[in-house]
Structures are given as structure tokens and as C-alpha cells.
Write a protein that binds this ligand. Structure first.
Ligand code: M6R
Length: 589
């Protein structure tokens, strides 16, 4: 992020970066203009708050209101202070923060080193400082220098360059989010509006290729030509009043799930059985669905795709976004891109690489995200801000939204009667109550369960049919939060290899939606000493009210699975809101 205010840049930057802490990072830094024309740089591999202490302890010339700040999630180069942003040019005149990856950095670095530039870090971002340094020496103008520099880059970037000598500040973006806002406090730049929402009412989003000088006014270049700033967008996070910098976020977000589910049903409930939800999207009829997503959103996609095949007999495929390149898309395919953040680079790239003319629908939790802006048709989940790195309420909302979409599309295309659809919607309407009951039941049973599995190093999660994606989601949550190995399998697959992992006491979590074939699979595990933990039908260790007819399968089982991961992680002393090595918004591919 960056700010251009009358005073106190370090305070603004630390406050803004604190608001972004929830997204995950491993080092942080600031560069702030000083009264003598120099730039003070503070960097740390500790928490953002350490920057506040470093700035307070500064004994140099007084610090002003212009500065840039960054939290880094390591891609190129280990976690050490020298690799933290901001980076500087050879003369220490220019400071740069960068999100994204410069694909041609090795080549540029070699060229720059041959020209005599000296590098201080291992990171790709540092090439930007030296390129701007050279371009500035030639042009004498920072805006033009940054404009020339970005033309030499390949990859993705959201950058802000601060010239300590002239105090000019120029930003540029390509395939990485960046927005700029001004208010009576000054000018602000951020990769996520939540960093600055307390100080601004509206913001402008940089498009791919934009270069913008941020002085008292905005000078906006698109393809090198001066244009007006794009229309402003109202700041949504401010309206939510939600603090992003404190609290037990994941626990509250799990608690909020019945309420979030009710919001989804309130928004779309009346548009499902008459086909209006689908028709409102203006998309062509489709014969097969291709879901593209990552992580938890991918698991939601598995539920949605399986629901379409089960209810409508239409084929579906679920593609890991980072592996989507080269997939063959048959005519009549609708691509459904699912991403709660709408900023996941793997998903954005997969959509960019889809053949031109392929219909794409985005399912996001942020109406202003890059994915939402990139794609013509969008469904927005009303989950509200999700701060915990582990996705919980956004998953539930994606699944419900997706189920509504599937039913509505089947009705609109004449593949399902309105009567059948109404019965399914009536069933969906019970979801909030069932989610709440699932949470109550889990809370009663979990202390004993945690006692049993506290020392286990590895877990297996099983399900059959509609339960398989929930087993996958349970395993993902457990490994993400507890750092224990956890693998999910369709239960029938166990005997084809994974059963070798089961020994005395191995926890095997079974999402039990009463599929009769599970009885045999459970017996196979028990015979080898595995410790069975069933979640689902009456008689399970954690009983969950499931509906046999829900278009979502055993959705309610996800609540005990989330709470198992959360409680075990807390018991082991881990920070569930900020799991190690992970980021909330994964903007690099
Ligand atoms: O923002 P997205 O939904 O695109 O994020 C995709 C994954 O990075 C995300 O779901 C991740 O797997 C979660 N941290 C899991 O809890």
C-alpha cells in the first residue's frame, strides 16, 4: 500500500498493513520520505507491529506523510529481511513495493548486473528498481520511467515506486489488484480496499497495463495515453463495520454460517424454481459444466458439478485452475469459475487462457474483484467479509448459490419441472437450521474426539458419492490448520492403496450420509486398528441432521469437520486465523 498525506505516513501504513495481516505474510516493510530528501526504510520478518517500533525508534531526519508499505508472502527467495519489500535502486533514491511475479526477472537481472547494477536481495521484484533507475536517468521523468519499465516486464505486478528526491509516486498494475483513492486525508493506494477503507469512501481500480501518477491529482495512463480515471466505486468494507485486525475470526465465521446461508436463500430463493436466476445471467443454454477453481472453492465446485449431474443428468468436469491450460472444451460447455476472493491468480489465468467466446460465469464473494470484472456474468455470494485464512462461510455460500444456479438452469432449459424444483428449494430452506444443529452437536462431541486424536500425526477422510467433496474439505481444513497430514479418498478407493497407511489408532473420519456401502469400508478400517470417527447419520460419533434430498448432499457435515480442525489446532497451540505459509488471497500463480 502507499499514502500521500500531510503527515504520519508510517502510522497510516502500519495501520493499513495491519488490516491486511489476515491475508497472511512472512515479512513486512515501509519506506517513508524524510525531511532531507532521503528515504527511511524499515523492514522486518516479525509482525507488522514491529515496523511501528522501528519507525518510533528512528533517530534520523523527521519523517513525512509520503510512503509505501508491503507485506510479503515469499515466492522468490527465503524469508529474510533483505528479501522484504520495499526494495531500492543502487542510489537508494527509488523505493519499490511489488505484488506479483516478474517472470523474466532472471534475464533482466543478468542484463542489469552486466550494466553494473548491484542487487541486495534474491527477489524478482528488485529488477523493477534498477530498471526504473536506468529509465529515470534517461527520461528524467518518473511517470515515463515507470511506463517504460513495465513494457520490459512479463508476469504480473501491482507496483508503487516512490522517488525520495522529488517525492513523486507512480503506480502500475498488470494481472495483480491495485486501487487508488483520495479523501480529505490524502491519497492512498492498496491492493485490497480493506487496508484503507477507514479513510476513504470510494476508490478507482487500475486496469491491466495502467500506469498512474499519484500527486495532488491522479495522472492516469492507459497504453501510454492520458485518460480520465475510471469511475469510482463505493468502499464496501467500510460499510460492513467489521474489524479485520483483531478477534477469533474463523470461530465467528463458522458461527455465522446459518445466518450467511439464510442470506443466500433470501437473495435467490424466489428466483430458483421459476428459472429466473439462470435467465437473469443472460448466458446461452449449456449441455455440460466445467468448474475451474482452487482449494476450498474447488471442493465447492465438486459439490455443484455433482449436483448438476445427479439432478439433471448433465456431464461435468472439475479442473484445478493451475492445471487448466490445454484442457479441451467441448461445444455447449459453460465454465464456472469459483473464487471467494476473485483474485486467485491461477483462476484468473485459467479464464484468460479459455478459448475466446467460451461462456464463463464467475461465482465470487467480492463484486469488485478482478474475476468479477473480467467475466461478463457474475453471481455474488452474500457471505460478507471472510477474514480467517481458512474458508468456511464462503464455502457454505458457494455451495448453496451453486445449488440454486444448477436447479434454476435445469428449470430454464426444460430439464426439470418447477414442481421438482420447488421441493428442492423447500429442502434448501431448512439448511440454516440444520447447520446450526450440526454446530451444537459437534460442540458436544468434540472434546472427547480431540482427546482421542490429539497425538495422531496422520488422518484419513472418507466419503462416498455426494459426501466425497466434504471429506476432501475436512482433510484440507485439518492439514491447513493443524499441520498434520490428512488425505481424503472415496471410501471404495481405500483398499486400492491408502489402507496400507492404517495402523493401530490411525484416525479415519467418515462422512456418513447413510450410503450402505460405507459399512464394509468402516469394517475394513476397524479390522486394522483404525480409529473410526463417523460424522453424519443417527448413531454417528457426531450426529448431524442431513437431508436425503438436499441438492447439496451432506453439506451440514462440513460444520463438524471445520470445528474438528479448529479445535484440534487450538488445542495444539496454533493460530487458526493465520496458519503458517498460507495467504488468504493467493495472487501469484
Ligand atoms: O479465493 P479463492 O476461493 O479463489 O481461494 C482458493 C484457495 O486458495 C482457498 O480456498 C484455500 O484453499 C483456503 N485457504 C482453504 O481454506
Amino acid at each position: 500500500m502507499a499514502c500521500r498525506t500531510t503527515a504520519g505516513a508510517a502510522d497510516y501504513l502500519v495501520a493499513g498493513l495491519t488490516m491486511l495481516e489476515y491475508r497472511g505474510y512472512d515479512s513486512a516493510g515501509l519506506a517513508v520520505s524524510a525531511a532531507d530528501g532521503s528515504t527511511a526504510v524499515f523492514r522486518t520478518t516479525q509482525r507488522v507491529n514491529a515496523l511501528h517500533d522501528l519507525a518510533k525508534a528512528w533517530g534520523g531526519p523527521s519523517l513525512g506523510g509520503i510512503g509505501i508499505g508491503h507485506t510479503r508472502w515469499a515466492t522468490h527467495g527465503g524469508v529474510r529481511v533483505a528479501n522484504a519489500h520495499p526494495h531500492q535502486d543502487c542510489l537508494r533514491r527509488l523505493s519499490v513495493v511489488h505484488n506479483g511475479i516478474i517472470d523474466n526477472a532472471p534475464h533482466l537481472r543478468a542484463e542489469l548486473q552486466q550494466l553494473g547494477h548491484v542487487f541486495q536481495s534474491d527477489v524478482d521484484s528488485e529488477v523493477i528498481c534498477h530498471l526504473v533507475e536506468d529509465a529515470l536517468a534517461t527520461t528524467g521523468d518518473l511517470l515515463e520511467a515507470v511506463n517504460r519499465t513495465v513494457q520490459q516486464l512479463t508476469g504480473s505486478w501491482a507496483i508503487v515506486v516512490l522517488d525520495g528526491e522529488t517525492r513523486r509516486m507512480v503506480a502500475a498494475a498488470h494481472r495483480s489488484p491495485l486501487l487508488v483513492a483520495h479523501s480529505d486525508r490524502g491519497m492512498f493506494l492498496a491492493s485490497d480496499v480493506s487496508a484503507i477503507a477507514d479513510w476513504v469512501d470510494e476508490f478507482h481500480i487500475l486496469d491491466d497495463g495502467d500506469v498512474v501518477e499519484v500527486s495532488d491529482e491522479l495522472v492516469w495512463l492507459r497504453d501510454g495515453v492520458a485518460v480520465d480515471a475510471p469511475d469510482p466505486i463505493a468502499s464496501p468494507t467500510q460499510a460492513s463495520g467489521r474489524r479485520l485486525d483483531a478477534g477469533d475470526h474463523m470461530a465467528s465465521e463458522i458461527d455465522e454460517q446459518p445466518e450467511a446461508a439464510a442470506r443466500v436463500l433470501n437473495d435467490i430463493g424466489s428466483l430458483i424454481a421459476n428459472g429466473a436466476l439462470w435467465r437473469g445471467l443472460g448466458l446461452p443454454r449449456f449441455d455440460r459444466l466445467r468448474v475451474v477453481a482452487c482449494g476450498t472453492s474447488l471442493n465447492a465446485g465438486q459439490v455443484i458439478g455433482a449436483g448438476l449431474s445427479r439432478l439433471g443428468g448433465l456431464a461435468h468436469s472439475v479442473v484445478v485452475a493451475s492445471e487448466a491450460a490445454g484442457s479441451v472444451i467441448e461445444p455447449g460447455t459453460l465454465t464456472l469459475a469459483i473464487s471467494q476472493s476473485g483474485e486467485t491468480a491461477d483462476v484468473l489465468r485459467a479464464i484468460d487462457e479459455s478459448p475466446i467466446g467460451t461462456p464463463v460465469l464467475a461465482l465470487v464473494n467480492n463484486a469488485h474483484s478482478t474475476l468479477a470484472r473480467k467475466v461478463g456474468s457474475v453471481l455474488v455470494c452474500p457471505a460478507g467479509p471472510e477474514v480467517g485464512v481458512a474458508a468456511t462461510k464462503t464455502f457454505v455460500c458457494q455451495v448453496l448459490m451453486g445449488a440454486g444456479l444448477v436447479i434454476s438452469a435445469l428449470v430454464a432449459s426444460g430439464r426439470m419441472s418447477q414442481t421438482t424444483a420447488r421441493a428442492l428449494v423447500d429442502d434448501l430452506a431448512q439448511t440454516p437450521e440444520r447447520l446450526a444443529a450440526a454446530a451444537d452437536s459437534a460442540r458436544l462431541a468434540l472434546p472427547g474426539v480431540i482427546e482421542d486424536v490429539r497425538n495422531a500425526n496422520g488422518f484419513i477422510f472418507l466419503g462416498r458419492g455426494a459426501a466425497v467433496p466434504y471429506a476432501a474439505e475436512g482433510a484440507l481444513k485439518l492439514k491447513e490448520l493443524t499441520y498434520r497430514w490428512a488425505e481424503a479418498y472415496p471410501a471404495g478407493e481405500l483398499k486400492h492403496g491408502p489402507l496400507a497407511l492404517v495402523e493401530d489408532g490411525t484416525p479415519v473420519v467418515v462422512v456418513d450420509d447413510a450410503d450402505p456401502r460405507l459399512v464394509g469400508n468402516i469394517a475394513e478400517v476397524s479390522a486394522r486398528g483404525g480409529r473410526i470417527l463417523t460424522i453424519g447419520q443417527p448413531g454417528s460419533r457426531i450426529e448431524v441432521p442431513l437431508s436425503k434430498h438436499s441438492p447439496c448432499g451432506p453439506l451440514e457435515a462440513v460444520v463438524p469437520l471445520q470445528l474438528l480442525a479448529l479445535n484440534l489446532a487450538a488445542d495444539l497451540g496454533f493460530d487458526v486465523d493465520k496458519p503458517r505459509n498460507l495467504a488468504k488471497s493467493v495472487t501469484v500463480d
